[in-house]
Design a protein around this ligand. Structure first.
Ligand code: PLP
Length: 441
């Protein structure tokens, strides 16, 4: 094992040998179920033969054409395909290589559009706490997750935040439209506090990702957010990096509420683990205004890479051919049933939530008060380690500060079937038994 390579920590991990469908094998021959699709990325499963064939075919033609020199057929075809899936009027696609880049691009498009409208005083981007929008400094400035942003705070322009609507922690009924209004109106209050003419945009994950553990907005929230943005001339950015591509049971997460944003950030399931790929999708009139004013001052060398776009196109074709969006909805319901059954047996599971196959459960010391488990129990990493030992990969986060506990995302590829869900449920059960044996209450 080399020590030249490093990531966040010294955490040793086995070498990956191969992966197929929802399964992965290390070089020692141990099999794992990819119960989190990596980081909610491998949405169509590993080693899909049609995607691999499309990539090989493209490799024989070209693997790079710099965008200032050439247009490529796969990038044009993919942009056209994506625009067929977006809300009307949101048809312009700017390719990038990942989620942080997609978010950065949306921020810059918003700002440049405001300049074309004579609104140079608009620069503030309101976001939520907790939230995650990326690791680059621009995306981190609007990310509501102190453990990742705190060391860099002095290097970033501090941006305003409102609380994410964690109705379950506040003892509110998420199905009651009054709850949605209560949380959405916090955006209006923040806009008024900041000065409406200074606010450029609001960014929201339609269903929360790792930061909130698959938080589903309360009834009416997304619609009211749209109204408020319209009222104050604030651009609405949907961060669909994790939700886009079908994971929630609709191609875009926001389709559940029938709300169209002004800008969309897309990645993860778009390249589905085959290639680094993302996109920023913008309103047609915004793009025209920015291009008329001299051009979009932004770009990445690898944007629109033909190999990445050919893979992305093949991923979309597989999603449609196998109706993976429909399967995510159906298997999401079936997995929710299994997680709720687990919750019945383990009182330490205080909440099960999510949409489609973007699902999470949260451990709590007390279901009624929602008190989190003690921090030194390190439940978020311990349960993940136990499951990993047992051959199941799940993804966890502890949102420190406030009344939020350890949550675990269970998000297998959208190609998963019922017998495979049974395997996942069986390993989760075994892992919970071990966790409880280590931590008797
Ligand atoms: N936005 C959301 C909602 C995400 O979940 C992530 C990654 O987890 C990002 C942005 C950043 O994406 P990337 O890690 O590809 O830069």
């Amino acid at each position: 094992m080399t020590n030249h390579l490093f990531y966040q920590s010294r955490l040793p991990r086995p070498d990956l040998q191969k992966a197929e469908g929802i399964y992965m094998w290390d070089t020692a021959g141990k099999r794992y179920i990819d119960g989190s699709s990596g980081a909610m990325v491998s949405n169509i499963g590993h080693s899909n033969p049609n995607v691999l064939a499309a990539m090989r075919e493209q490799m024989d033609k070209s693997t790079f054409g710099y965008r200032l020199h050439f247009q490529t057929e796969p990038s044009e075809a993919l942009a056209a395909r994506i625009s067929g899936l977006t809300p009307e009027g949101l048809d312009r696609v700017f390719f990038v290589s990942g989620g942080s880049e997609a978010v950065e691009s949306a921020l810059k498009m918003a700002r440049q559009y405001a300049l074309t409208q004579g609104e140079a005083q608009r620069y503030k981007v309101i976001s939520r706490y907790p939230s995650y929008h990326g690791a680059t400094l621009g995306a981190l400035a609007i990310t509501g997750y102190a453990p990742m942003s705190a060391p860099f705070d002095p290097m970033m322009k501090s941006m305003p935040k409102i609380p994410a609507p964690r109705a379950y922690l506040d003892g509110m009924d998420a199905d009651d439209p009054a709850t949605g209004l209560h949380y959405a109106n916090m955006l209006e209050e923040k806009i008024l506090e900041e000065g409406p003419s200074t606010v450029l945009a609001f960014i929201v994950e339609p269903v929360g990702g790792a930061s909130t553990g698959a938080l589903v907005p309360p009834a009416g929230y997304m619609q009211r957010i749209r109204e408020i943005c319209d009222q104050y001339g604030v651009l609405l950015i949907h961060d669909e990096v994790m939700t886009g591509g079908g994971r929630t049971g609709r191609f875009f997460g926001a389709e559940h509420w029938d709300v169209a944003p002004d800008l969309i950030a897309l990645s993860k399931g778009f390249g589905a683990g085959y290639v680094p790929l993302g996109a920023m999708i913008a309103r047609n009139d915004m793009v025209e205004a920015v291009l008329d004013a001299g051009g979009f001052i932004h770009g990445y060398t690898y944007a629109g890479n033909p190999l990445a776009c050919a893979a992305g196109l093949a991923v979309l074709e597989e999603i449609e051919r196998q109706d993976l969006v429909g399967n995510a909805a159906a298997m999401g319901d079936a997995l929710t049933d299994r997680l709720q059954a687990l919750m019945q047996r383990y009182p330490v599971i205080g909440d099960v939530r999510g949409k489609g196959l973007l699902l999470a459960f949260e451990l709590m010391a007390d279901r009624n008060t929602k008190a989190p488990l003690p921090v030194d129990l390190n439940a978020h990493s311990r349960l993940v380690d136990i499951a990993y030992e047992n051959g199941l990969i799940i993804y966890s986060r502890r949102t420190r500060g406030g009344l939020s506990g350890d949550h675990f995302l269970v998000c297998p590829p959208m190609s998963v079937n019922e017998p495979q869900l049974d395997e996942i449920a069986e390993i989760l059960e075994r892992s919970m038994q071990q966790f409880m044996a280590e931590n008797p209450t």
